[in-house]
Design a protein around this ligand. Structure first.
Ligand SMILES: [Zn+2]
Length: 73
């Protein structure tokens, strides 16, 4: 897969990414599998992975300011 911004080959890696779910609420998902560009650091999340992220975020108590989850859990 190539980067949609700069065209460089992307690598499939596990990384930690923050998702903002409410004005004051952020969820950090650890070990999330994403495609990342080695040149410009742009990343791409596959549809199947994004769906699981949506499921994880849907179960978060939005009163918590910061929540840390593991994708693989
Ligand atoms: Zn790139």
């Amino acid at each position: 897969m190539n980067c949609y911004k700069c065209g460089t080959k992307m690598e499939y890696i596990n990384t930690d990414l923050p998702f903002k779910i409410q004005t004051n609420s952020i969820v950090i998902i650890k070990k999330l599998p994403v495609w990342q560009c080695v040149n410009c650091n742009e990343y791409l999340i596959e549809d199947g992975v994004m769906k699981k992220v949506d499921d994880l975020l849907a179960n978060i108590d939005s009163k918590v300011e910061v929540e840390i989850l593991s994708y693989a859990a």
